[in-house]
Design a protein around this ligand. Structure first.
Ligand SMILES: CC(C)(COP(=O)(O)OP(=O)(O)OC[C@H]1O[C@@H](n2cnc3c(N)ncnc32)[C@H](O)[C@@H]1OP(=O)(O)O)[C@@H](O)C(=O)NCCC(=O)NCCS
Length: 201
């Protein structure tokens, strides 16, 4: 290995700064343009009972045959294995997620972003934060998605989920579901590979 001179360090610092700037500008570009959503004002926090009205509204406008009743949402608060999050922008709830966390498996029961705010990176941001928050308590994330729900399937795939199997006539209208899975050990393996690659550069 050669001796590392100041220029080497300077190059490394510059390289790191460039990466940080690239990451920030990517996130900002995806979330802000024209949509009145300031990424600085985004917050993921546990859902509280005072969020039920907003969660009910977002759920109702996101699902047709499978929408949840207000009672069903209220019941989640009584289940010891139910973990619930909301995504807030400037204090307003713009998304929610309900997960059943049982023996290291996090089953995503329902997730939605406000209809008027979709397609601008918020769903990805929300899921990344949730996965990060639960990664020490869950080894696997699982979910069922309608086979025709391409936006959701693309989002899950881009986060590293893969299709485990197709469940025939899973939904009340007869549509099939895809069961998808994300294994945290696989993410860790990829991160470790990244670190090893960095060490050799
Ligand atoms: C699924 C959902 C949560 C995604 O949230 P979102 O904020 O719209 O998603 P994002 O803007 O973060 O997009 C992330 C990725 O999803 C995919 N995606 C999002 N909208 C898409 C669309 N209309 N068409 C195709 N792919 C789409 C893309 O892969 C996108 O990444 P890219 O922009 O880099 O290509 C949202 O569409 C939603 O609430 N849908 C209704 C409820 C629902 O179907 N929930 C899932 C049930 S399993």
């Amino acid at each position: 290995m050669g001796v590392m001179g100041p220029s080497h360090f300077a190059r490394n610092i510059l390289e790191n700064e460039r990466l940080i700037v690239m990451n920030i500008s990517r996130e900002t570009r995806r979330i802000t343009p024209n949509y009145n959503v300031d990424p600085v004002k985004l917050r993921v926090r546990p859902m509280s009972e005072s969020d039920i009205n907003e969660v009910y509204r977002i759920n109702k406008s996101s699902f047709t045959t499978d929408a949840w009743s207000r009672d069903a949402i209220e019941r989640e608060f009584k289940l010891p294995y139910s973990v619930r999050f909301v995504l807030e922008s400037d204090g307003k709830v713009i998304g929610y997620c309900v997960i059943w966390l049982i023996k290291g498996e996090a089953f995503i029961m329902s997730i939605a972003i406000d209809k008027n705010l979709r397609g601008r990176g918020l769903g990805r941001y929300f899921m990344e934060k949730i996965i990060d928050d639960l990664r020490n308590r869950a080894q696997t994330f699982l979910l069922d998605v309608r086979k025709s729900n391409l936006p959701a399937i693309r989002l899950y795939r881009s986060l590293g989920f893969s299709i485990v199997k197709e469940r025939k006539k899973f939904y009340s209208d007869g549509e099939n579901a895809l069961l998808m899975e994300l294994r945290i050990d696989r993410i860790k393996e990829n991160e470790d590979k990244g670190k090893t690659a960095e060490a050799f550069n």
